[in-house]
Design a protein around this ligand. Sequence first.
Ligand code: MG
Ligand code: ZN
Length: 216
Amino acid sequence: MRIVAAKKILKANDQLAEENRRKFNAAGAFCVNIVGSPGCGKTTLLEALFAQLGGTVAPAVIEGDIAGSIDAERIDALGIPVVQINTDGACHLDATMVQAAAEGFDLPTLDLLMIENVGNLVCTAGFDLGEHLRIALLSVPEGDDKLAKYPAIFRGSDALAITKVDLLPHFDFDVARVRSDMKALASKAKVFEVSAKAGTGIEEVAAWLGERMQAR
Ligand code: MG
Ligand code: ZN
């Protein structure tokens, strides 16, 4: 019998993630890992960001889903290169999957590679994909206690987008609590209040993303 410790698997993932990051760096492609629950608005945020960025960047998307290609079809409809990963039951993306998916692109022609992770607040936190930034999403209907309950995913993120803020009048969601929880978990992370439906906050996220791409 052989027992492989989860720690070893994670170490192998970290090495592959570094390899991915080196590849992205060499190609000049800035890579962002988008994480959050199913239905928090990851794909919708991508659509809104691409509309905001217009022709200023050359983007591509890796979509991670357990099954199907619903989100990839939405990105494809925008004329943006997209590769769908079907994890076949796995509840997160790992660096191996991203490496394989990235082979579907001509990386040097890209400025911005967005990875939409599988909808999951738990184990997506443990897998570096080789990204430069991780953006976590929390939608208003999910509740304001999620940072306290799922700290790891937020702790390792560079920004938090509170999404669907147009719904705030209908929920007991304390934005101040979420902001203060995020400050405690990731003091340097930016917090955005976003509604793709109302068109609020998108400009700010796009501007910050542009700054971070420039700074690298
Ligand atoms: Mg999606
Ligand atoms: Zn998982």
